[in-house]
Design a protein around this ligand. Structure first.
Ligand SMILES: [Zn+2]
Length: 392
């Protein structure tokens, strides 16, 4: 919500008036200094709404009825003169955003992701958004960052096309986390506020946007023939996991890649083909480059399905990985599994390269794409894992 600074107001005063942590007001406006009158300022966690004044309603009755500080109404309506405001037929009021608005009742495609990111960044402008690369078809791969802490934690989702439900799960968590930080709420009894200064959370909510759109909408005219050929002549892409060139992004990382290549498919297709060489695909390159640059302390890749958390790679993981995964398992009820006959995944490469804890979280049970009727249960089970990712 935008407000126009008045003579004598300070950032501290706005943080008090709207009951929002000062640091979030500062970060929403990229600001360290004091403000000037007339300047436009973002207040996180609110939207501005215009309401009609009914007969007999006044500034005072609206403030009382809606539990709003009177001065917030003066501020939003550009006057300190109550009589002047009372003469108007409509009034701007601040509405605290408390509900999640992330789409979870329809397949989560690239457009939906962008719409939700626009909304999140408009309401919580202290999120930092970056484009870390582009897909084969040129779609931007977005990274969202929250917090200023020394502990750097990363989560990515939808590396596999038909696992797009993972994008809406992690976006819902972001939405809940941002709301709790802003309005000083707890999640599962945990106070979120301290995490803002302790943790920098990096989220890449959709690693494979071309694949996700293909799995949800099918092939469009432009690339139809080629991709239908890769799909063995079928127009049903609901089982598609790979990127648009038929390369499985989670078989693309240089961690026993040759081994995986021998075991997997020998040519491009819906799944399990690791490419001509490791890191040949722009989506995998973007994720690897980000990981090298940001020096994450811990990473997690979200997939479906199986209700299992994979955590080791050839003993390359540090000892605390086991302690962490046991906590993940305790709070979610998911199984923890150390090794699996699979290589060249993002988590494998992270542990081999950096000797830090990496996890693959397999949400839900059933056949991919998991039905959206599972969304609520999946979110409730995985929420504890995301929280533990912050507090451990
Ligand atoms: Zn997967």
């Amino acid at each position: 919500m935008k407000v126009t600074v008045r003579e004598g107001d300070t950032l501290w005063y706005y943080s008090q008036l709207f009951d929002v942590p000062l640091q979030l007001v500062l970060d929403s406006n990229n600001m360290k200094e004091s403000v000037e009158p007339g300047q436009k300022l973002e207040i996180p966690g609110y939207i501005k709404k215009e309401i009609s004044l009914e007969n007999g309603e006044s500034l005072w009755s609206i403030a009382t009825k809606r539990h709003l500080p009177l001065d917030s109404l003066f501020l939003l309506n550009g006057s300190r003169d109550a009589d002047q405001i009372n003469e108007k037929s409509t009034l701007f009021i601040p509405i605290k955003v408390s509900k999640s608005f992330i789409q979870s009742d329809k397949p989560y495609d690239f457009n939906t992701l962008n719409k939700d990111i626009r909304r999140l960044t408009a309401i919580y402008p202290f999120i930092r958004q970056e484009t870390i690369g582009h897909s084969v078809l040129g779609k931007p791969i977005k990274e969202l960052n929250v917090g200023n802490g020394p502990k750097k934690v990363h989560i990515n989702a939808a590396m596999h096309a038909n696992e797009w439900i993972t994008s809406s799960v992690i976006m819902t968590f972001l939405n809940d986390y941002l709301g709790a930080l802003t309005h000083r709420r707890t999640i599962r009894g945990l106070t979120m506020a301290p995490f803002y200064d302790q943790v920098t959370l990096s989220v890449v909510p959709m690693v494979n946007p071309d694949g996700v759109d293909l799995a949800i909408h099918g092939a469009d005219v432009e690339d139809a023939r080629q991709v239908i050929d890769l799909n063995h002549g079928s127009r049903d892409f609901s089982i598609w996991k790979a990127n648009i060139r038929g390369i499985d992004l989670n078989d693309q990382f240089p961690a026993m890649w040759e081994e995986e290549r021998r075991e997997g498919e020998s040519e491009p297709g819906p799944r399990d083909y690791g490419g001509e060489k490791p890191l040949s695909e722009p989506e995998a390159i973007a994720l690897a480059d980000l990981t090298k640059q940001k020096n994450f302390d811990r990473v997690m890749a979200i997939h479906t399905q199986g209700e299992v958390i994979y955590w080791g790679f050839n003993g390359q993981e540090p000892p605390e990985t086991e302690y962490i995964v046991n906590e993940f398992s305790r709070v979610s009820g998911y199984e923890a599994e150390r090794y699996v006959e699979s290589y060249a995944g993002y988590k494998d490469w992270f542990e081999q390269e950096f000797h830090k804890p990496g996890f693959t979280l397999e949400l839900g049970k059933g056949e991919n794409p998991l039905p959206l009727t599972q969304f609520h249960e999946i979110y409730q089970k995985s929420l504890g894992v995301f929280l533990a990712h912050l507090y451990l």
